[in-house]
Design a protein around this ligand. Structure first.
Ligand code: CMP
Length: 140
């Protein structure tokens, strides 16, 4: 299986509670490597651009205001089958439906304040990584 990179965001509900290390420990326990990471505070316009695909959804305003409400940690995760592996370890979007041991089951507060975002495809991972990091070379 190929080594892939996926894009992750540790969301404001998690940075507020100072549990980014707890989330990183769950990520690393899967074998995924955090190969790039930075803490940024998105503007509302940046959040609206990032989630533009959801702009017609009733929760768009709530989602984008939440994402701009406090710092986030944007990350590049690397490993075998990284996109699917990270989606598995994040768990279901709504923590009420997430499996035990997943980040959302262990950390999330609600479907909106669900602690993490992960790319939904390899193509979107490349776009999201390029947007926030300008591309990260796959090494070792
Ligand atoms: P994410 O994987 O970042 O992609 C879109 C986000 O929309 C999703 O995680 C949720 O945080 C958010 N979302 C989905 N459904 C709802 C909802 N019903 N109310 C608020 N936020 C939602």
């Amino acid at each position: 299986m190929a080594i892939e990179q996926t894009f992750s965001i540790i969301k404001p509900d998690a940075t507020r509670r100072n549990i980014t290390g707890k989330i990183n420990a769950i990520i690393e326990a899967t074998g995924l490597r955090i190969v790039a990471q930075k803490r940024i505070h998105m503007t509302l316009a940046q959040a609206q651009q990032f989630y533009a695909v959801h702009r017609e959804r009733p929760f768009f305003g709530e989602l984008t205001e939440f994402m701009a409400s406090a710092p986030v940690v944007v990350q590049v995760l690397q490993g075998e089958n990284a996109v699917a592996k990270y989606r598995e370890v994040m768990g279901a979007t709504n923590p009420a439906n997430a499996a035990p041991g997943t980040i959302r089951k262990e950390c999330a507060l609600s479907v909106g304040e669900n602690s993490v975002h992960g790319s939904d495809s390899l193509d979107n991972a490349k776009i999201e990584i390029a947007h926030f990091f300008g591309g990260i070379e796959i090494v070792g």
